[in-house]
Design a protein around this ligand. Sequence first.
Ligand SMILES: C[S@@+](CC[C@H](N)C(=O)[O-])C[C@H]1O[C@@H](n2cnc3c(N)ncnc32)[C@H](O)[C@@H]1O
Length: 263
Amino acid sequence: MQRNYLKFKTGNSQIRLLQDTWHSVYQNSYDEGLKFLIKGLNLPIHSIDDVVEKIEKKIPIQYILEKWSFYEGEYHINENVLIPRPETEILVDYIVNKFKDKKSVLDLGTGSGCIAIELSKKLQTANITGVDLSAKAVKLAKKNNAQTENCVNFFTSNWFSNVNQKYDLIVSNPPYISKNSSLDESLKFEPMIALFSENQGLADLSKIITDSINYLQEYGVLMLEHGIGQENYLREKMIKEGFKKIELIKDLKDINRFIIGYR
Ligand SMILES: C[S@@+](CC[C@H](N)C(=O)[O-])C[C@H]1O[C@@H](n2cnc3c(N)ncnc32)[C@H](O)[C@@H]1O
């Protein structure tokens, strides 16, 4: 492919270059991605050759654009954080509709901060905290925090290691893919720490359930996103740890994806 991209000065010729590159990599599949990319880039740009290289490497458009929409916000995204997923918007929506009265919320494994920040916009009188093991993720979450007046308190923590108060609601979308599963090509640019967990993907979910009981107020709620088929194990685990009522919630594909436990 021709590499002297600087000669493409106009927006239209850059669009043609992106289309040609895109179709040589993805053929005619995933044209939706191309549309998002062209819309998000604000062409013409000087760095068009970088974008072409990234398409050729199959880097996800969210990392090329370095931003992505989630719920009602737009988020700075980089290779240190998971790309926010549409199913996680269901978790936010559920909390906004059912748990609006909660006054303190902890988001464990906050990544870009998308769950915590969207909740802080809707639960305006709540104190919201977001923690992550990755200092680079926390740095990005703090940058994303500028979009809300009810700012989230972000800090690094290995799950509860630096948490020293109790909350009305604890929410988490932790890593839950089994370390033994083969890596889907679309995931290879996302941070391993955001994706994989020991014990068939259940180790971090289990730890959060066990420890949460000590960090929830009386009648507090734990809501977790989980992987396909993990709900029975998690329900048993919640019962064993003393949660009184448990609910399962489905995702957009009608698959059990979230579990809620009431203390
Ligand atoms: C699936 S990502 C979720 C990111 C974000 N909450 C979202 O929904 O888009 C899981 C996050 O958990 C963080 N994480 C993994 N292990 C952790 C640990 N031991 N303590 C705290 N955070 C952890 C990862 O860095 C990652 O940001």
